[in-house]
Design a protein around this ligand. Sequence first.
Ligand code: GDP
Length: 443
Amino acid sequence: AVFSKLAERLQETFKKLRNKGKLTEKDVEQALREVRLALLEADVNYKVVKDFIGKIKERAVGEEILKSLTPAQQVIKIVNDELTQLMGGTQSKINLVSKPPTVIMLVGLQGAGKTTTAAKLANLLRKQGRRPLMVGADVYRPAAIKQLQVLGEQTGIPVFSLGEKQNPVDISLAAVEYARQGGYDVVTIDTAGRLHINEELMNELVQIKEKVKPHEILLVVDAMTGQDAVNVAKTFHERLGLDGVILTKLDGDTRGGAALSVKAVTGCPIKFVGMGEKVDALEPFYPDRMASRILGMGDILTLIEKAQANIDQEKARQMEQKILQEKFTLEDFLEQLQQMKSLGPLEEIIGMIPGLAGAKQLKNLQFDERELVRIEAIIQSMTPEERRNPEIINSSRKRRIARGSGTTVQDVNRLLKQFFQTQKLMKQLGGMAGFGGRGKFKK
Ligand code: GDP
């Protein structure tokens, strides 16, 4: 998953810091050296890294962390803050105008995921109560319009097109007029790309911009292409003036450098990220959540939002409370595992759960369905009392549980270890939420 390598390295660095208790200047410097390397390895632009580390150093000195009671946490907090800033600080929404239709123009190179994203975005907006119209104006890539129509059928969102013979400006103008009359309040225009940036492409897009006057121009770039994506964004922004970037394929095995550099290099915020091929795999981009995900504090808010869309809301709320109040039990652990099944790829979900993100043991534990069945069996073989107070599970209880679940004592031990580790990390998370007064997890 995205950032997993970076997250792992940063978390290791901070773990070392935390274990030290009192820190010397040298400790901090060593940690920052590691942070620097980890970022470079994640393919973050080197100048961005340099500025980033510089800012952290400045603050680390300024805020006298070495004298503070919890120096390691202070360092982590500063890194968390700066990572958040680096990615834009706060969430950048799209600007929906008061006099509809809002016209959104999607631009980008071929293969970046523009057409798919046009449908995902329209789909997301419709979920928010809008009436979108999709426009097929990619007259260049063969079958792009057909592809949009298929996505339209799949989502039930209407598609406006005039075929591939018309020019994109005329198609777009006609579409906006059609939307106005038909009561559509958002229009997403899928423009043509090219394999590489060239004059023809830029001229075409500038034409559309001048004639159609879109309210939002969003660039779709492929996160897998790393710093190339950042350079593409820079060029497009210089020529077109972008309102935002949509980073696709963040579900893939990308190192994440683009996500961390785009804002700093271009000044353009990332507004959405593509997390899969399916039409619902588009998420608003939250710099603060992404930062805590990278630092292993988990992204409980996104998880809860997903849960709210997919599972019992009341249960999700209770879970959040339990985490905040440090009352997370084995029963909750089991329930969470069961609910995960309905939430999507396990690997992605695990990355969002505080503590689990960094739990090595869990990674080694081949997290497949069979394993889930085994964990379920073990927990179900416990008495309610044992589930609530796993501390009481002694050797004889372990043997009984193993027998009852058709597993071994080692399996039981392993599960308990994972659970205690999760619980401990959740406690730390509870502490995190309080320090610095930011109250990230307080609503
Ligand atoms: P376009 O040429 O820019 O219009 O690109 P397409 O929309 O046809 O997308 C190119 C390929 O990327 C398709 O196979 C999409 O399914 C895939 N794709 C787009 N967005 C994502 C994403 O967020 N994650 C993944 N894994 N694949 C994506």
